[in-house]
Design a protein around this ligand. Structure first.
Ligand code: CA
Length: 214
């Protein structure tokens, strides 16, 4: 066995990561394992969410089974029944491959861009508190290198954290988070801005109503 040998190394981290990335108990989970059609199944609440722009289903091309490939022009998934996260700690995780600077992976209508890339392709979030400490949080982690990356945003009630592949890449203090009451976009920004459409693969989008740290 590559792990449990008394030496803490990358093999142990892989086992830990596999456990983390399959953590149960999401309040919303888009597996994106469909093979065709214009709906993406949300497997916790059971809704069928509208897929816009005819992105390509990639049943064998995902990180966890299939994934959805977005064209960066007009492809996105619109969920009107997203979880209400306005009140407490939460986490949002997804696998992504591809992308370009300024593109959005998860956002909320009438809310903020939760997970996106900055002008250099580094992971950032625009989800902030509504108070004086409400500024975007930027990392130095470039995620547009064409490899699969597990990206996450966590708010535990006081700390806002960005993570990439199980590693914290940015963190600060936010006394509150201005998540809106419901609805979620996958693959486009909150305002449908042309440059915010995601280009590449997105897989296994998970939302939790608690803080799950890497
Ligand atoms: Ca999948």
């Amino acid at each position: 066995m590559p792990w449990g040998d008394g030496v803490v190394d990358v093999e142990d981290l892989k086992v830990l990561a596999q456990h983390l990335f399959t953590y149960p108990g999401a309040v919303a989970h888009w597996k994106l394992d469909e093979t065709e059609g214009n709906f993406a199944h949300e497997s916790v609440g059971g809704s069928e969410d509208v897929v816009m722009g005819s992105p390509h289903w990639r049943p064998t091309g995902g990180k966890v089974h299939g994934a959805l490939e977005f064209d960066g022009v007009d492809d996105c998934v619109i969920s009107s029944s997203g979880p209400n996260l306005a009140k407490g700690p939460f986490s949002a995780y997804a696998w992504v491959k591809g992308a370009a600077p300024g593109q959005v992976i998860i956002s909320q209508p009438a809310g903020a861009n939760w997970l996106m890339t900055d002008a250099e392709g580094k992971l950032m979030t625009e989800l902030t508190s509504s108070g004086r400490d409400g500024t975007p949080l930027q990392s130095q982690a470039i995620i547009i290198d064409g490899q699969w990356h597990n990206i996450g945003l966590v708010w535990d009630g006081s700390q806002r954290t960005l993570c990439v592949d199980g590693v914290v890449v940015a963190e600060d203090t936010q006394s509150s988070m201005a998540a809106s009451a419901g609805g979620l976009y996958i693959g486009v920004g909150k305002d449908f801005a042309p440059g915010s459409f995601f280009s590449g693969l997105i897989d296994d989008v998970r939302i939790y109503d608690r803080a799950i740290h890497p």
